[in-house]
Design a protein around this ligand. Sequence first.
Ligand SMILES: [Zn+2]
Length: 301
Amino acid sequence: MSTPTVPTLMYHHVSPLDGGHCVHPDRLREQLAWLRKEQIQILTGTQFRRFCTGEWRPAGRAVVLTFDDGWLDNWVYALPVLREFAAPAVFFVVTSWPGAGQPRLDLNPDNWPGFGHAECMKRSASESQRDDVVMRWSELRAAQDTGLVELQSHSHSHGGWWAGVSASRGSLDSVASDLLRSRDRLQSELGVVADQLCWPRGEFTGAMQKAARELGFQVQHSTLRGANEWGTSPTRVVRRLHIENRPLDWFVSRIELYSRSWRAAALGWCHQELQRVRMRRRHPGVWNQHGGLGAHWWRLV
Ligand SMILES: [Zn+2]
């Protein structure tokens, strides 16, 4: 039996604001309605892990919904839409960001417009303003309690390990300790044993991938485009489609494009090569010492 590839959809913000990384709640609603109409199954995080490790496969076409960073707009705008469609999703949490306090049940689309991505990034960097833009632990717990949302790691520091690193070993140790902290935090706050990781900013090397695998992250999500084939973990990272705030036609064409194995593979290969050049330019020291270019990256990604 041939198994279709599974496109993994990557969202960040859901709110009525315009701007990059932001999908309007009505667009999300029409996307989920289309998936339902086409009988495309939305996998839970656990089902997707089992698909990646080759333990299970869906009967027909399927996708996965992922939301990065744990923004407050996910609580106000995305969660109600997910509940409306009983759609499962994976939220990737930057575990140093969520604050304490009760769930903000008073926030709703009528009184809270949200913040754009740039403002969210700015406030997330400030301890005193972070709570304005990021979900609290109590909200993450409430999202988890719906039975729809699985919470997984997006590291502890959102890739803070890149700051100032120049050589491989030190950086690899700091990556491992950061990921371990993230895992511990998810367990202590939410009782979650994280087995999926989303690499912050999509930046990683083969050595980092191996270190994460040794810590128990069986499924690792990237920002590389493409679709995912059955049984390809742990040798490959998950490829994802960045979902933009565009009309339904665009969404449909992307799902169709990345549901076909050879096309997804060809497009994914092109995107991977671009990412390789970008990584080499941004982090040359780490990149070269983490196993070099070529075969290592090719084999692992
Ligand atoms: Zn992120």
